[in-house]
Ligand binder design. Sequence first.
Ligand SMILES: NC(=O)c1ccc[n+]([C@@H]2O[C@H](COP(=O)([O-])OP(=O)(O)OC[C@H]3O[C@@H](n4cnc5c(N)ncnc54)[C@H](O)[C@@H]3O)[C@@H](O)[C@H]2O)c1
Length: 255
Amino acid sequence: MMRLTGKVALLTGGGGGIGGATAVRFAEEGARVVVGDINRELGAEVAAKAKEAAGNNGGDAIFVELDVTEHDSVRNVVDTAVDRYGGLHVLYNLAGGSTPEDGSVTEVSDEEFWRCIKLDLFGTFLCCKYGIPAIEKSGGGSVINMSSNVALMAVLGRDSYTAAKGGVAALTRSLAVQYAPGRVRVNAIAPSITLSERVKKFLEISPDLQSLADQHLLGPGQPIHVANMAVYLASDESEITTGQVISVDSGVTIY
Ligand SMILES: NC(=O)c1ccc[n+]([C@@H]2O[C@H](COP(=O)([O-])OP(=O)(O)OC[C@H]3O[C@@H](n4cnc5c(N)ncnc54)[C@H](O)[C@@H]3O)[C@@H](O)[C@H]2O)c1
């Protein structure tokens, strides 16, 4: 049996770099994957790749357009997952990301602060609001939130993103306690620099980010490294792992 046979997984931001690698890994392990993304083209492309990766192993993938900051849209993607595949076992909140417009608290604009908080923190909050009850009804499962190394170490000049991902880490712990009786595990992954297309472009224009990348003990991460951690957290192998913020960071937070 594969590691995710029988699981239904919803990936928000599933059309992105880490989301795309994860959708394919989940499908290879037999999951039925709902790729939710605001970008139709990217999301549909990932769903097609994941479906192909599943072959005839019982896995599958579909794309559903999603804006994680809108109640109706989040309700719709959860309902679609349940209607199509009969339940929901894994919610992976990937939609988010920092931008070059972020900065230190004395410099960054209010617009960038609220954009980041709305997408990374409120989006995660909203998807948990609608996703957790569906997981409970399905007999329990796993929520995987996306935090970041910025929640665990000081990274200068990214105060909006730091506030948002710190909030995600804290929320992960309280949700883990709250929903354990319904057999819902809640963990977060805290990657450091991971070479998605978005971050590769960011590295080219940011000497600070490049110098942080140079401190990664085993080199910067690839999306597949984060995807492999998510397979563990989505599977029954992580049956009693909950409330944790797990680094996939090439050792940078301890260096
Ligand atoms: N790549 C890294 O170095 C790194 C490090 C730490 C944490 N992370 C986190 O991992 C996650 C994925 O990062 P990535 O590098 O793959 O980014 P990415 O930009 O490749 O993927 C993000 C995806 O989210 C989608 N999205 C944006 N707004 C949305 C919305 N409102 N609703 C639904 N989808 C939306 C985008 O269309 C995109 O496909 C993010 O939360 C990011 O903060 C990334």
